[in-house]
Write a protein that binds this ligand. Structure first.
Ligand SMILES: *Cc1c(COP(=O)(O)O)cnc(C)c1O
Ligand code: SF4
Length: 340
């Protein structure tokens, strides 16, 4: 059993590194194992079990390696360990907070904003974040098969106002490189498309995802490339993540980051300032800071608007303007994210 454990940063030891697929298949998906591996006392297990029943735990080893043992309040642990609070229901906290089901002209394609379209390229994620607004998403109904992709591609082809294809999910990079290379090859042929954007947490969670196969199809597209990472805390950025970012930059990717403002995780000025600094050290610019979407089971992560606005105005005094993320909320029916 022991030799199956992969520790981040061991690439130089001369031992072969597991592929990202192997690392993903060996991710921890059992509340008892997660608690035991981190030396957490039994008091955490009941809540972890209850949350796991609603939205399964998933934590790859490379992410676990950044969490210290016996630290129940660790900001990375809090993103992946369910608390009993997840079972609470609260008025206004719903299962489809963004009403995405209403904006799918064809399966797997969400068209809400002008000039850009979101494609659900993979229903899976490499990590299950407890605050995720897609925790109740009916993925099996929304992830297209190869033949269904043709309907989505026809939709893009037919609307020459669309300049940007955004690969989303789940996590689009959970799809195989064979599938992604095929999809991007199809997108390349749509003449009015200018940009390919990829919203992903995989290079953060399993940095080995940024391998040669991925870099191959990214290098081959004629489209301008933007990768929007999802990092909430500076401790998420270890050397392996920095190296993965460098590989993406080498093939001409513009790197941005979006975070979620989370109670008990990054809801203070010093953490947010350190996050922006650490991102820029890795060649990544802060893009959005989202307030938590009102999804059932995530109300305990919520930071009230007034507090969020105060935090951001204080953050302005600590950072150059180009390292300030934009504080936004997603309001169903609006034509863009809504600045707070
Ligand atoms: C957030 C989102 C986008 C991207 O919005 P930007 O402001 O361009 O980052 C596009 N489509 C949908 C459906 C979205 O939810
Ligand atoms: S990686 Fe993104 S989509 Fe997946 S669980 Fe986390 S927040 Fe949700």
């Amino acid at each position: 059993m022991q030799e199956n454990i992969i520790i981040a940063g061991q690439h130089t030891s001369g031992q072969p590194t597991a592929s990202w697929q192997q690392q993903l298949s060996r991710a921890i998906r059992d509340p008892a194992v997660l608690c035991q591996r981190l030396g957490l006392s039994d008091q955490w297990l009941a809540g972890a079990d209850a949350g796991h029943q609603l939205f399964e735990i998933c934590v790859p080893e490379a992410y676990l390696a950044r969490i210290p043992p016996n630290a129940p309040d660790d900001p990375l642990l809090r993103q992946v360990l369910p608390l009993g609070d997840e079972t609470l229901t609260q008025p206004g906290y719903v299962t489809d907070p963004l009403e995405e089901a209403d904006h799918q002209p064809v399966k797997g394609l969400i068209h809400k904003y002008a000039n850009r379209v979101l494609l659900i390229a993979s229903p899976a994620c490499a990590i299950n974040c407890r605050y995720c607004f897609r925790r109740h998403f009916p993925y099996s109904e929304s992830s297209p098969s190869r033949s269904q992709w043709h309907a989505a591609l026809d939709y893009l082809q037919a609307d020459n106002t669309i300049q940007e294809a955004i690969l989303s999910g789940g996590d689009p990079l959970a799809a195989s490189d064979r599938q992604l290379a095929w999809l991007v090859e199809q997108l390349d042929t749509i003449v009015h498309l200018k940009r390919l954007r990829i919203h992903t947490r995989l290079p953060v969670v399993i940095p080995d995802r940024v391998d040669n196969a991925l870099l191959d199809w990214l290098s081959n597209t004629r489209l301008q490339k933007v990768v929007v990472l999802h990092i909430n805390h500076p401790n998420e950025i270890d050397q392996a993540v920095v190296d993965a970012c460098a590989r993406l930059k080498q093939v001409g990717v513009t790197l941005l980051n979006q975070s979620v403002l989370l109670r008990g995780i990054n809801d203070n000025v010093s953490t947010l300032a350190a996050l922006s600094e650490r991102l820029f050290d890795a060649g990544v610019l802060p893009y959005y800071l989202h307030v938590v979407d009102p999804v059932q089971g995530a109300a305990h992560f919520d930071v009230p608007d007034s507090e969020a606005k105060t935090l951001v105005s204080q953050l302005l005094e600590h950072l150059p303007g180009f390292l300030m993320p934009r504080l936004v909320r997603e309001v169903p029916g609006r034509a863009s994210k809504t600045p707070l």
